[in-house]
Design a protein around this ligand. Structure first.
Ligand code: HEC
Length: 183
C-alpha cells in the first residue's frame, strides 16, 4: 500500500516538474532576449533625468518637437477635450458667433485677424500673414509672447503635444482640412 502511494506521488511530482521544465523552454524561446526597444530606454532615461519625481516632470522633459513631427502623433479626440478651454472664448462651427474671441471656423490657413466685424487688437491686426500649422503651434505656446499686446487672455499650452492635439481638432473645422505639414 505504502509504496503504491509513494509511486503515485513521485510520478505526479515528476510529471509536474517535467511540465514546468517544458514551459520554461517554451517561454524562453518566445520571449525575445536582448535590449528592449529604444523607446523604453528613452523613457527610463527621462525619468532618471527628472530625478524620479514622477510622470509630470518626466513628461515636461520631453523636448519641443517640430510641428510636422508633433502632428504625426497628434490626437484630435484629446484635442477636443483640451479645446474646452478655448471654447470659453471661441466658437468653432461654421458661421458661429464671436464670443470674447473671434469664431475659429477654418482657422488653419486663415488670414490673421480676418473675422468680419470682430474688434481685434492693434497688435493682432498688425501681425500679418496666415495661421499656418506652425504659426498656430507657436502662438498657442505663448500668445502674449508671440503677439505682444494681444487681448487673448490665455496663458498658452507649454507642452507641445497639447498644442498639436488642439490643432489636430481645430483643423477638422473646415470644409476641407488643410494637408498636414510635411517633414
Ligand atoms: C479668455 C478668452 C480666450 C481664450 C481662453 C482663448 N482665446 Fe483665442 N482669442 C481670444 C481673443 C480676445 C482673441 C483676439 C485677440 C486680439 O485681437 O488680440 C483671440 C484670438 C485667437 C486667434 C486668432 C484669430 C484670428 O482671427 O486671427 C486664434 C487662432 C486663437 N485665438 C486660438 C485660440 C485657441 C486654440 C485657444 C485654446 C487653446 C484660445 N484661443 C483660447 C480670446 C481667447
Amino acid at each position: 500500500m505504502h509504496s503504491d502511494n509513494f509511486n503515485k506521488w513521485a510520478g505526479a511530482i515528476l510529471s509536474a516538474l517535467l511540465l514546468l521544465f517544458a514551459l520554461g523552454v517554451v517561454i524562453k524561446e518566445t520571449v525575445p532576449e536582448g535590449p528592449p526597444a529604444k523607446a523604453g530606454y528613452e523613457v527610463a532615461e527621462l525619468k532618471e533625468a527628472a530625478g524620479g519625481v514622477g510622470e509630470t516632470a518626466a513628461a515636461a522633459a520631453v523636448p519641443e518637437q517640430p510641428i510636422a513631427v508633433a502632428m504625426k502623433t497628434a490626437d484630435a479626440d484629446t484635442g477636443a477635450k483640451l479645446s474646452k478651454a478655448c471654447q470659453a472664448c471661441h466658437s468653432f462651427d461654421k458661421g458661429g458667433p464671436a464670443k470674447v474671441g473671434p469664431n475659429l471656423w477654418g482657422i488653419v490657413g486663415r488670414k490673421v485677424a480676418s473675422m468680419d466685424g470682430f474688434g481685434y487688437s492693434e497688435a493682432m491686426k498688425g501681425k500679418g500673414g496666415n495661421w499656418g500649422y506652425d504659426e498656430l503651434y507657436k502662438f498657442l505656446a505663448n500668445p502674449k509672447g508671440v503677439v505682444a499686446g494681444t487681448k487673448m487672455g490665455f496663458a498658452g499650452y507649454p507642452k507641445f503635444d497639447d498644442r498639436a492635439n488642439v490643432i489636430a481638432y481645430l483643423r477638422t473645422f473646415a470644409d476641407a482640412p488643410v494637408a498636414l505639414p510635411a517633414p
